[in-house]
Write a protein that binds this ligand. Structure first.
Ligand code: UD1
Ligand code: CA
Length: 408
């Protein structure tokens, strides 16, 4: 199979989102939507992604500064999706392989769908292959127009549709695979003859067909993959769909989620077998939870939380940037921040680590088998040695820690 690269369109601002932030940086389950599209490409073995940016370009580039498989392409004026592709010409005009084109605002796309698209394209030896979706409500999407034999004739944008075309339920989610040479030939002939006066990438499809090239459209996308995000309402809709997928994956891995509709788990979270997540738990950021833990109800776990096995965190317990060893219990009303907690430590109701001194965040270390009574305040920086006993209501500082007794 010829080499495949991807062009990801992400230059547009978003009037309907009403935002200062680049649209593709808006987050779905804790990650910017562009991250999902990049990940889907990587999963099917794509080694180079040309990401076209314009609106808030520097913001987008800096958010993904670590990625070495991205080539940033600037589109200073957003003259349409075909124009965005034209901006990649200097990088790609001599490329002999095939080019996948995706939208940065379509984070729900599955990598399996890309695989299906690539296989179909290869098998059909087509100039272009696109993946379509049949939607109950196709409002806003380009419609797939087919002839009497079912062959694709072209794509008509919602605003350019006739009343009959508006009835078509097969839509274009903007996932295409092109023979790269044919793509750039077709792009040259596109004119902005439409309601929006933009250069439409969709016209490359009808262009190739009218010049006698083979184009195939396959309904490879499930409706839940096809949501393109143009508004805050669609952002929340996409987040819900993604959340269901994240939870389904975790449940397949042996995690109990008592009430999926009232639980929110970040896409990056890892959770071990036989852990139970009670309702109203919110897990945000890179969080790792071991096996056999019990989390919630009403627990809040933030970035950098690492729990070993058999940890119990109960109601209104917040943990951030902390590592808790096996057997730790913090059942009620605690805040554990920037802390290393040893094995079998008990943190009583309402006890907190005071990790911020007004200027900087400081760390706490609690040794194995310590007992922290209810309502204790542990003022960081602080180290409690193994087996320390902190009485209920105690305020412990670096100095007073030396006088603590040992647990009986
Ligand atoms: C586009 C498709 C439409 C499809 C829909 C799926 C065209 C003409 N229409 O419409 O058929 O159903 O996506 O979501 O392609 N972008 C640029 N530069 C530009 C314009 C857009 O990079 O000059 C990027 C946007 O940032 C976005 C993507 O291209 O990520 C799609 O653009 P958008 O304006 O959202 O297109 P739609 O009207 O949704
Ligand atoms: Ca869109």
């Amino acid at each position: 199979m010829a080499e495949t690269v991807a062009i990801i369109l992400a230059a547009g601002g978003s009037t309907r989102m009403n935002t200062q932030l680049a649209k593709v940086l808006h987050e779905v389950c804790g990650r910017p939507m562009l991250a999902y599209v990049l990940q889907a490409c990587r999963k099917v073995g794509i080694k180079r992604m040309y990401v076209v940016v314009g609106f808030s370009a520097a913001q987008v580039e800096s958010r993904f500064a670590d990625a070495d498989d991205i080539v940033w392409v600037r589109q200073d004026q957003q003259l349409g999706t075909a124009h965005a592709v034209m901006c990649c010409r200097e990088h790609l005009q001599d490329f002999e392989g095939q080019t996948l084109i995706l939208c940065g605002d379509g984070p729900l796309l599955r990598s399996q769908t890309l695989r299906t698209l690539m296989d179909k394209h290869e098998a059909g030896q087509s100039a272009a292959t696109l993946a379509t979706a049949v939607l109950d409500d196709p409002t806003g999407y380009g419609r797939i127009v087919r002839d009497a034999y079912g062959n694709i004739q072209g794509i008509v944008e919602h605003l350019d549709c006739t009343p009959e075309q508006l009835e078509i339920k097969e839509t274009n989610p903007s996932n295409y695979l092109f023979n790269n040479k044919r793509l750039f030939e077709a792009i040259d002939n596109i004119k902005p003859d439409n309601v929006k006066k933009e250069y439409y990438l969709t016209d490359a499809i009808s262009g190739l067909i009218s010049t006698g090239h083979k184009v195939e459209a396959i309904t490879a996308m499930q409706p839940d993959e096809a949501v393109g995000i143009n508004s805050r309402a669609q952002l929340s809709e996409a987040s819900k769909i993604m959340q269901r997928r994240i939870q389904a994956r975790l449940m397949d891995n042996g995690v109990t989620i008592v009430d999926p509709g009232n639980t929110w788990i970040d896409a990056r979270a890892q959770i071990g077998q036989d852990t139970v997540i009670e309702p109203f738990t919110y897990i945000h950021g890179e969080v790792k939870i071991g096996q056999g833990c019990r989390i919630g109800p009403f627990a809040y776990l933030r970035d950098g939380t690492v729990l070993d096995r058999d940890v119990v965190l109960g109601v209104y317990t917040e943990v951030k940037n902390s590592t808790l060893a096996e057997g730790v219990r913090a059942r009620h009303l605690s805040f554990i921040g920037d802390t290393t907690v040893g094995r079998n430590v008990n943190i009583g109701a309402g006890s907190i680590t005071a990790n911020f001194d007004g200027e900087k965040v400081n760390r706490t270390s609690i040794g194995d088998n310590c007992y922290v009574g209810s309502g204790a305040v542990l003022i960081a920086p602080l180290e409690l040695t193994e087996g320390s006993n902190v009485g209920a209501g105690t305020v412990v500082s670096k100095e007073s820690a030396k006088e603590l007794g040992k647990k009986a």
